[in-house]
Design a protein around this ligand. Sequence first.
Ligand code: ZN
Length: 103
Amino acid sequence: MPEPYWPKKGEFPLSRLNEHMQLVRVRCAYCKRVNHYRPDDLIQIFGDVDVDSLMLRMKCEGGADHGILDVKAFIPTGSEAVGLRIRRLAAIKIKRVPVWRDD
Ligand SMILES: [Zn+2]
């Protein structure tokens, strides 16, 4: 059997996208929301995980119950790159969780 050109599922970490100047397009089938992200922003949140695994890790900003998102890596072509809005990471909020003990 010939080896497929595209790496098999589970073999494409986000850091590989950085090397090829690719972006990540996330589409919600439920509310049709589409966002574009830079792989290095996603690495800060999820770590250098496989691109396909983001389908399950990411949640639609329109609602957590919108189901599995369509996540694809892509290289913006000339006309597409013009005016393409990229959703950048502004901040990561860290939740403070109290842990109690009895004295
Ligand atoms: Zn949605």
